[in-house]
Design a protein around this ligand. Structure first.
Ligand code: DC
Length: 218
């Protein structure tokens, strides 16, 4: 079984997809984490985020993969575990600039398709249903209001020990939505075969149960 989970930042996609992966015995692939890992490396190498050519080469030459260590899935960038680094405010602010480049996206989509080839997976991102798993058994579009998503992002940041301001977080989310929705390829959108799930005022368990009931009913 292959499940695509798309939606805007902060809607709860990763949390929900991770739980569903466990319950349905699927491999979980967080495609946003892959764009974040590449952004982390680009920032470290001081590559300008508008330098298409350099970023394209960076994507081609970088190995990004997931490994299960001490019961938790970690993301690695050229053998360095970057799971914590990729959640920093700096990466948050810059990742959609990098993700906007079409040639780089082609390289990433190729890597992501390879990861999913002949496997039972649940993948979350923006273009999973459209570009990575167009034949997925289920395509969910998980969304929530901007206010709710900003509040959740604040809680995540605090939990990770980062300080930020609610209005700034909300403004950045709005900008990220705009940039994710308006780019040339792999933009964020509801597809004809997407099942839309709104998570406003819902507990994670409620959303998971809702999705499981849709899958079981089919
Ligand atoms: O889901 P996230 O917030 O970790 O995603 C980080 C960024 O990567 C976000 O700006 C959108 C981008 N992204 C993308 O363009 N395509 C994907 N398949 C996944 C994420």
């Amino acid at each position: 079984m292959q499940v695509a989970v798309d939606g805007p930042a902060g809607a709860g996609k990763s949390t929900i997809a991770r739980i569903l992966a466990e319950k349905l015995q699927l491999i979980y692939i967080d495609t946003g984490a892959m764009y974040r890992a590449l952004t982390w490396k680009a920032l470290k190498l001081k590559i300008a985020l508008d330098d298409e050519e350099k970023l394209y080469n960076l994507a081609k030459d970088t190995s990004i993969y997931f490994l299960q260590a001490t019961g938790k899935q970690g993301i690695y960038c050229d053998a360095v575990e970057v799971s914590d680094f990729i959640r920093s405010p700096d990466v948050n602010d810059k990742v959609s600039l990098l993700a906007a480049h079409s040639r780089l996206r082609k390289v990433m989509v190729e890597k992501q398709r390879e990861m999913a080839l002949d496997k039972s997976v649940i993948m979350d991102g923006r273009d999973v249903g459209e570009c990575i798993l167009p034949h997925a058994d289920y395509k969910f579009f998980i969304t929530a209001s901007l206010q709710e998503r900003a509040s959740r992002r604040m809680i995540d940041l605090q939990r990770q020990g980062h300080k930020d301001d609610y209005d700034r977080v909300k403004c950045l989310l709005r900008k990220r939505d705009e940039s994710d929705s308006s780019r040339e390829t792999g933009s964020l959108k509801i597809l004809n075969d997407s099942i839309v799930i709104n998570t406003d005022r819902k507990e994670v368990e409620e959303v998971v149960a809702e999705i499981l009931s849709i899958i079981k009913d089919n």
